[in-house]
Design a protein around this ligand. Sequence first.
Ligand code: SF4
Length: 427
Amino acid sequence: MLQQTQVATVIHYYNRWMQKWPTLQALAQASLEEVNELWAGLGYYSRGKRLQEAARKVVSELAGRMPRTAEDLQKLLPGVGRYTAGAIASISYGQSTSQHGNPSSWCQATGVVDGNVIRVLCRLRCIGADSSSPAVIDRLWDMANVLVDRSRPGDFNQALMELGATVCVPKSPLCRECPVKQHCQAWHRVEKELSFTSQKLFGKAPPVPDVEDCGAGDCPLCPPATEPWDSSLGVTNFPRKAAKKPPRVMRTATCVLERRGCHGAPEYLIVQRPSSGLLAGLWEFPSLPLAQDLQEEKEREELADHLQAWMGQPVAAKGLQFIGEVIHIFSHIHQTYVVYSLYLDGDVTLDPALSPSRWVTEDEFHASAVSTAMKKVLKAHKKQHRKESSPVKGSKQKRGAKAQGAGSPCPGTQLSLHAFLRAPTGP
Ligand code: SF4
């Protein structure tokens, strides 16, 4: 997770995880539900799932023994890519362990390439081509594997990553304090430019440019001719990245189904997502992906039909109260949840053949394996609820059905199920 976010965000999750599952054997016995519950809020849920799958594989198929080389780690464990394999092999095992227990077959030490290392190496070697292109990434791995200290690969790799995190930072790198500046081509280039400028000032003849510095020709590692070296950027000319693909835009209708629990406190119905795909195994309010550019009326009808099929009883589209839109950005998806709510005053029999579902109190909701996006949805629902409950601040919703709970004996209560169901409800 530290590839995606900061230590401050992850540390709490890491400590709880290690407390709960201190060994691979303990993790192998955990359910996906437990993993998702502990991971909830951190995002990138497939990582938690794969960690648990990898633990199961080590315990059940590899006799409880972790693979120790980068090659085996990547080949045998789900979710372990090139970087993770290199980091585990070098930091945990020094990758000097013999392969398959054969002491005569010593493995080569492995380097690592993460975002920090990419930046350092691109600057060290003035690599100005798109740093996410396969040609550049392969070259960076070759460089990392050549550079790594064979006797202490773990320390070397951590030092290189730390150099990128603390000295060779994205903006305003601390070149004067950098322990490798003498080996850094980007730094030399900046120095040469400075001396060139001062020589010009004093009317001396400029030095002949070094062909290695000019970035001309068809080199797959040099900056493209259309984006030459920009003197104003100095060493931060590197690395360069192709423009990011815009995130996929998605729109999903979601409905907060609410009822009064046994002590009068609200309860919400949540359903479980499929065990594969986005947010696998997480719980959410009943939701339905929508086509783009759908009219509001049609959105509402589609959601009502979805709920109807799922509850086995008619649901009137007009009975759905519009709450608002909640936007959540996943790593590659720009998701808009169109939030509705529905108050039920009778019990609902759900089709057991469909997704697992359960009623939860607010505390139970927050302790469940629900995504941050769903927490935002509940927050929006509660905010609307409070507005309606307030005699002074009660306000109209932007669109959709008007708030129905205002005249109810229970302040803030929304529609009664009987108000929109055309047929009698089941027991
Ligand atoms: Fe990075 Fe500057 Fe050090 Fe070069 S000299 S590696 S650009 S901090």
